[in-house]
Design a protein around this ligand. Structure first.
Ligand code: 13P
Ligand code: ZN
Length: 290
């Protein structure tokens, strides 16, 4: 059974840890993440993007997550979330499909337009008892904003974060504090510096709002724990998982070019993914919390 995200976050707040929000695309990556959570006795958020919905179909991916949550996860709380919803329409479709949390990402718009679209999505979500996440400031990819000083203009301004949360009514807020999306940062081994002072200021102004750290692939345990100490309750990871899964798949195919059975080829990749996610859950301190 899926659990409402509210229950996961409330426990994380009470016990000072963060919930991992991991992107899944299909049966195999869902199995990898869920098996790691079961092994670590950890609550977990499974999130899907609009691209995954296009790829797999909303009904198919929702059903896969629901079935695995019911059949493999036992008592581990699993919540289903829409990652980076760009339109009211995709938000509404996910809410109607049974997600307990959606993100409306209008972070590329000017603040007042971001507020209007985010409030519209949050109001609709709340009528259906679903949580809404907004983003203020914009979490860029490394190719868009290379250096910390180039990223600064896109970072979340603490006083605006307070106004944004008050005007939109979002339940959780994604912040830009130096964090970066995408594969380039990992391929270039870029050091993702986090502006912890800025994060701390945001948290002090809106202490009741759980903060979300996007772009967390590649962050080390010390950075994650500094973020968690300053109000981060959800940590989004996607790219590192994809690299691990596909890397294992590639290695496996290379080692055994005659392999033809999808189960034989995918199983080690599922295991490799589960191993990585297990490590991440321990770094977030969510292990043994379910
Ligand atoms: P990464 O690209 O660092 O994995 O970011 C994931 C993310 O923010 C998903 O919303
Ligand atoms: Zn993101």
């Amino acid at each position: 059974m899926l659990t409402h995200i509210r229950e996961l976050i409330n426990d994380a707040i009470k016990n000072n840890y963060a919930i991992g929000a991991f992107n899944v695309e299909n049966l195999e990556t869902t199995l990898g993440v869920v098996r790691a959570a079961v092994k670590q006795k950890s609550p977990v958020i499974l999130q899907v993007s609009e691209r995954t919905i296009e790829y797999a179909g909303l009904k198919a991916i929702t059903t896969i997550v629901e079935c695995i949550a019911r059949d493999e996860a036992g008592k581990i709380p699993i919540a289903l979330h829409l990652d980076h919803g760009r339109s009211f329409r995709s938000v509404a479709e996910c809410i109607d499909a049974g997600f307990s949390s959606i993100m409306i990402d209008a972070s590329e718009m000017p603040m007042q337009e971001n507020i209007i679209l985010t409030k519209q999505a949050a109001d609709y979500a709340h009528r259906k008892e679903v949580w809404a996440q907004g983003e203020l400031g914009a979490v860029k990819a490394l190719e868009e904003a290379m250096t910390m000083s180039q990223r600064k203009p896109f970072m979340t301004r603490p006083e605006e974060a307070k106004e944004f949360v008050e005007k939109t009514g979002v339940d959780t807020l994604a912040v830009a504090v130096g964090n970066i999306h995408g594969v380039i940062k990992l391929r270039q081994g870029a050091n993702q510096e986090l502006d912890i002072d800025r994060l701390s200021e945001i948290h002090q102004l809106i202490p009741e709002t759980p903060l979300v750290l996007h772009g967390a692939s590649g962050l080390g345990p010390a950075q994650l724990s500094a973020a968690i100490k300053n109000g981060i309750r959800i940590v989004n990871m996607n790219t590192e998982l994809k690299l691990e899964f596909i890397g294992a798949l590639r290695k496996n195919l290379h080692q055994d070019p005659d392999a033809y059975d999808p189960r034989q080829v995918f199983s080690p990749a599922i295991e490799a993914l589960a191993e990585l996610v297990g490590k991440k859950l321990r770094a977030l301190g969510s292990n043994q919390k379910a």
